[in-house]
Design a binder for this molecule. Structure first.
Ligand SMILES: [Ca+2]
Length: 486
């Protein structure tokens, strides 16, 4: 029952509509207003598959904080790394992302290389980095002279991670062992930095490179308790053994479980993987809460990504030393003032496209050395086409080209190809390379692969006169723990 007479009701309605209009206009105004020099927070995960975020379609994992970032940002569902020319894919992947350069034109130690934190620093930004840095101490100190708690690689243990600090002269302290879980330690450092920005007016760039969820997949017990290995579904492309010699079946990551992989062993790995990701998610939540408390969230762009994916039982593999989608695709979420909220794009891109994106946002010139292409246009409404094709590579064993629908993988050391229809077969289960009907596509992609190799400076021949055996004997026993270097 409404007690207002009709005229008053009408006036009230008009008034309410006006009020709504004013607040919509104000909100739109606010949304369109990208602060001229936004702060950047870059959160990087280590070895995290693109399909491990609940809001992006995984009902078996808990990632409430990343889910919130998905809701307020743009998710790139087909972001890739270009791969690696060595087993520790983390190293070239980070070098690409930090330098904006493709795999075949990087210095892994970033020698004589301009990184995007260096550009921001030279442009007046306060830069701060903590966590894993796999590209040499000199480039770290030049990127983050006030950085803290850097992990330069070596033996990993998330509960006792060896870290070093930058001293005022730019040198690093000897390693000390942290008593905190690595994700908590690095989040604490980030939070401490953010709290100091509360009263500041300087633009800042914060780089937090977590070592999670890289193995050993350790999380506090309460996080492991959230996952019941027996109830977790296996990946759709689970196999006990990779069907042929892909060149790298005995590399470090593949030694974490004996061959053949059993369903239960893979479920256990998955449970541990999800537990350390949920724990990482909680730490990301703490960092983003600290950002809110600074009162500067409205002028800060938050980027979440990973350095590479992982197999965890897919295709009989465990590691990232392959060019299947689960290993080369990475999560990429970008949220911030003036950027579309809750948007997903399947535009294909590389993580080294971020460097020019940052330059564009902050209004600084992109160095000539950068070959990435800015994603800024993708973050405006309506654009879903960025790269027409994606080249991925692993050592001299694997090359792949993906045209957005079809993907050719070539194994030159055994003269073998695989062809997948990613639209109808996203798990890369049905190899079409032997189908007569697929021959034109196979040939087309082989030509495109060769031309991409040329474009990116890759000289590897795509076939050999001395092929390796198609099958190789695999060690039955686990070497877990023996080679736990990152
Ligand atoms: Ca990694």
């Amino acid at each position: 029952m409404n007690s207002f007479p009709p005229m008053k009701q009408f006036a009230l309605l008009i008034f309410t509509l006006l009020l709504a209009h004013v607040s919509i206009v104000a909100a739109a105004d606010k949304a369109a207003k990208i602060t001229p020099r936004p702060n950047i927070i870059f959160l990087l995960a280590d070895d995290m598959r693109a399909d491990t975020i609940a809001a992006l379609g995984n009902p078996n994992i808990q990632t409430p904080n990343l889910d919130r970032l998905v809701a307020r940002g743009t998710s790139f569902t087909r972001a890739y790394i270009m791969g690696g020319l060595q087993g520790a894919v983390c190293v070239p992947s980070r070098a690409m992302m930090l330098s904006g350069r493709p795999l075949f034109r990087i210095s892994e130690q970033l020698k004589d290389t301009t990184t995007w934190p260096m550009v921001l620093r030279a442009g007046g930004y306060e830069t701060f980095g903590c966590g894993k840095w796999h590209n040499g101490p000199a480039s770290y100190a030049a990127s983050f002279p006030n950085g803290k708690s850097v992990f330069l690689g070596g033996m990993n243990n998330h509960f006792r991670v060896p870290v070093r600090d930058v001293m005022p002269d730019g040198k690093l302290t000897p390693p000390r062992t942290s008593e905190l879980h690595s994700s908590e330690l690095f989040a604490n450092q980030a939070i401490e930095f953010l709290r100091a920005q509360k009263s500041g007016t300087n633009s800042f760039a914060l780089y937090v490179a977590f070592t999670a969820p890289h193995d050993p997949r350790q999380a506090p017990k309460e996080y492991h308790d959230r996952y019941d290995a027996a109830k977790l579904p296996l990946p759709k492309n689970f196999l006990p053994k990779h069907p042929f010699n892909n060149g790298e079946l005995t590399v470090r990551d593949e030694q974490l479980l004996p061959w053949p992989r059993t369903e239960m062993a893979v479920r256990r790995e998955l449970a541990d993987y999800y537990a350390i990701i949920t724990h990482l998610d909680a730490q990301i939540g703490r960092v983003l809460e600290a950002l809110r408390e600074t009162g500067r969230a409205e002028e800060t762009i938050v980027v979440f990504a990973a350095d590479n994916g992982l197999a965890i039982g897919s295709h009989g593999l465990l590691g990232k030393q392959n060019v299947y989608e689960h290993s080369m695709r990475v999560p990429l979420i970008i949220g911030g003032p003036g950027l579309p909220a809750g948007r997903r794009t399947d535009a294909m891109c590389y993580s080294f496209d971020l460097f020019p994106t940052f330059c564009e946002w902050v209004g600084l010139a992109t160095p000539k050395s950068v070959e990435g292409r800015s994603l800024a246009p993708m973050l405006k409404a309506g654009r879903d086409q960025h790269r027409d094709e994606i080249l991925t590579a692993y050592r001299h064993f694997q090359r792949a080209v993906n045209d957005g629908r079809f993907k050719l993988i070539r194994y030159p050391h055994i003269n073998k190809s695989q062809l997948f229809d990613l639209k109808n077969d996203p798990d890369e289960l049905r190899d079409l390379s032997e189908d007569a009907a697929s021959k034109p596509k196979l040939e087309e992609l082989m030509t495109r692969l060769a031309s991409l190799q040329k474009e990116f400076g890759d000289t590897l021949p795509l076939s050999t006169n001395e092929p390796a055996p198609m099958e190789i004997p695999l060690p039955p026993a686990s070497a877990k723990g023996k080679k736990a270097k990152l």
